[in-house]
Design a protein around this ligand. Structure first.
Ligand SMILES: *Cc1c(COP(=O)(O)O)cnc(C)c1O
Length: 388
């Protein structure tokens, strides 16, 4: 049996995999089991920030592996402490809780918001408002947070205490807020899984002001938008707000599982001993790799992300077979005339790996994808939109 057959027989059927086995790669190129190469426009769903087997990241991870791979959170380790310091210095946040995934980072944020609200407003202020079409994770609580009904079916009862409101409708948000006793409002600045749609800045400003005026915690889920993806270090920075909690994962670890909840001054003291924990959270190997990701997200790199983004938006906006291009930075959704699945199949056949989000083609290339490879991939994608 080959890998595909073994996988089909023994791995849980939760993923509809493409008929490709990836065996190796370097940067933005990956190779399948036949030696065929592909330009990777998905980077493991915005995880491999600097591509596959990046030299700087690999060296840091390997060096830490040779020192200590794990010690539990009963002891101090330098990579964890240093990464928390860097994240706080770069964002103005005050404390970091490390987890292993985006869903877990969001679970932490929800606990912080509920404890804060219980202590400052009363135990009945536990409701978290999120947006319709959002995605916040797969645990039973983050599923409840996710504002898409089709994720909820057959998994009832989900964690209670979540309400949803449409994106970019401030009146509706305020109306729902007034009917509930809110602990927090949680948003993605760009809804990723929901179709790569950025929130309007007026809506975000209004939401932020309302939340501030009513002592409602603002949680920004930057699991996908964070760590340079949007062309800023974190996407909220493009909106001129300062959230109370920022969650992130995916690109933070650069390829190893790491999530983080960053807490602003207002909530920095909410979590005390025993309130939360994680066996692996802040693992030194993951943190050593993440440090090399964050350290390279400087002004120059972020400007380069914005330049590449502008190139893709400009090129695709006027391409035949493209109806719209949405998103921010190198998080791009493309509504194509042809079904997205057909566009993806054409691209794959012609050596380019893309993703979908809802009915759109989605691009999440490595932040450092070389311009030549990006141009090549966009040329294939344009051909696919026209011909697929
Ligand atoms: C991927 C994603 C999550 C879930 O992250 P996991 O690491 O899969 O748990 C949560 N929120 C957003 C916005 C995401 O894109």
């Amino acid at each position: 049996m080959d890998t595909k057959q073994i996988d089909k027989e023994y791995v849980a059927n939760t993923y509809k995999r493409f008929p490709v086995e990836i065996v190796s790669g370097k940067g933005s190129l990956v190779y399948d089991e036949t030696g065929k190469d592909y330009i990777d426009m998905g980077s493991g769903i915005a995880v491999n920030s600097f591509g596959i087997a990046d030299d700087v990241w690999t060296a840091a991870v390997t060096e830490q592996l040779g020192k200590v791979q794990h010690m539990s959170n009963l002891y101090y380790t330098e990579p964890c402490a240093k990464l928390a310091k860097t994240l706080c210095e770069r964002t103005g946040m005050k404390k970091v809780f490390f987890a292993n995934s985006g869903a877990e980072a969001n679970e932490c944020a929800i606990k912080v918001a509920r404890k804060y609200a219980a202590e400052h407003k009363g135990a009945e202020y536990y409701t978290i408002m999120t947006l319709l079409n959002s995605f916040h994770g797969r645990t039973l609580t983050t599923l409840a947070a996710t504002g898409q009904d089709h994720f909820h079916e057959l998994f009832q009862p989900l964690t209670p205490g979540f309400v949803h409101t449409p994106a970019n409708d401030l009146d509706a948000l305020i109306k729902t807020a007034e009917q509930n006793k809110l602990a927090a409002i949680m948003i993605e600045m760009v809804q990723g899984e929901g179709g790569v749609n950025a929130l309007d800045s007026e809506f975000v400003k209004g939401l932020y002001e309302y939340a501030h005026a009513h002592d409602i915690i603002v949680i920004v889920d930057e699991v996908q938008t964070g760590n340079g993806r949007s062309g800023a270090l974190y996407a909220y920075m493009n909106y001129g707000i300062q959230p109370d909690v920022v969650t992130t994962a995916k690109g933070l670890g650069g390829g190893l599982p790491l999530g983080a909840a960053l807490m602003a001054e207002k909530v920095e003291a909410v979590l005390g001993y025993g309130d939360h924990g994680s066996t692996y959270g802040g693992n030194p190997v993951c943190c050593a790799g993440a440090q090399t990701v964050i350290d390279r997200l400087n002004d120059e790199l972020l400007a380069d992300v914005r330049r590449k983004s502008a190139y893709v938006f400009e090129t695709l906006s006027r391409a035949p077979g493209v109806e719209s291009v949405t998103g921010m930075g190198l998080m791009i959704g493309i509504k194509t005339t042809k079904p997205a699945g057909e566009v993806l199949a054409y691209c794959m056949e012609h050596g380019v790996l893309c993703l979908t989000a809802k009915d759109k083609v989605r691009l999440l290339p490595a932040l450092n994808i070389p311009m030549e490879l990006l141009e090549k991939a966009i040329a294939v994608l344009m051909a696919a939109c026209e011909r697929a």
